[in-house]
Design a protein around this ligand. Sequence first.
Ligand code: NAD
Length: 376
Amino acid sequence: MKVAVVKETAPGEHRVALVPEAVAKLRAAGLDVLVETGAGAGAWLSDDAFTEAGATIAGHDELAGADAFLMVGRPDERRVAGLHAGQAVFGMMALLADPGFAERLAETGATTISLDLIPRTLPRAQSMDALTSQANIAGYKAAVVAADAFGRFFPLLITAAGTARPAKVLVLGAGVAGLQAIGTARRLGAVVSAYDVRPETKTEVESLGAAFIELTSVGSASGEGGYARALTEDERQAQQEELSGHIARHDVVITTAQVPGRRPPLLVTADALKSMAPGSVIVDMGASTLGGNVEGSQPGETVVTENGVTVIGAANLPSTMPAAASSMYSRNVSALLLYLVKDGSLAIDLSDDLQQGIVVTHEGRVVHPALSEAGG
Ligand code: NAD
């Protein structure tokens, strides 16, 4: 079986799906690994490093006959045009939000496997959980980005030139990324508070040395599978109003709130932004083209409000740490690949609950329950 590592073409994407260490593991399992010329360059991995690990370097078209394509994101149109039945594409493709692209992939006859859909509660899927590995990186980097943009210290500093009080950091949303942001801000010496609609996060927040903020106006919003449910309009307003008072008292706010399949909840309104002191910093990890956790934030853009608050719309933070992110993703994707390979070829079995979660197209059809229900 031939496995091809594709050079990512999305703007700003520096990660690569497989690192040389994993090439050796796949070869030991009897797989041949082809790597597209320059695929690892963004993560400081040379073609020579892949060759030394036993891979073959090949051009775009030479990869066309591979049995499986490993990617971080989506295949571009040129790659999609060359796909055919019997081939498989692995990546984090965000297809639930783009059923049209899932249809396009189905038309090729290829099998599409999207790692962002891994059922996270299955213990055997943990090593394949790319959402978690990449969210950990994003959470760490969000705290570092905030510290970089903040014009004061994070830690308490007592010097002959005066004493600096520690920064007060508020993390909204304490999932994988939020907890990593809390831990990182704490390690930098900030005084950290956090809030999440899932009350079960309280003990996790406190175990990292941060204070958990409990809102009196909104009850538990724990949803299915460990995720949050969307709030009602009344709950949303009550939450925004009560949060505003807390936001105003903090120097730095990092927002990470997401609800599966929905636009990220708005947590920091324009009024809350106005209540913050000049020099405050917000990093919005929920920033998306549909809107983010912070009013007016745009992915990849930094704006300074009239009252001097720097709002950073995060865009693909894992890609800004391409070496770490590629190495972790590489473990996730190779664990998944080895799970699916039986006797030297991919054995797709849609009665397996793990595979049901991640296989989006197979044998010319969109087979994922969340998409085929929607009329795919
Ligand atoms: P996520 O990225 O979907 O959301 C981030 C956080 O935002 C969540 O904690 C969520 O509760 C919070 N949130 C949503 N709406 C909010 C609002 N209006 N106000 C405040 N906070 C809000 O979540 P995630 O980081 O991917 O993790 C979600 C869950 O999955 C967690 O329970 C995590 O422990 C679980 N998980 C389990 C496994 C496993 O079992 N192996 C692996 C990874 C994650």
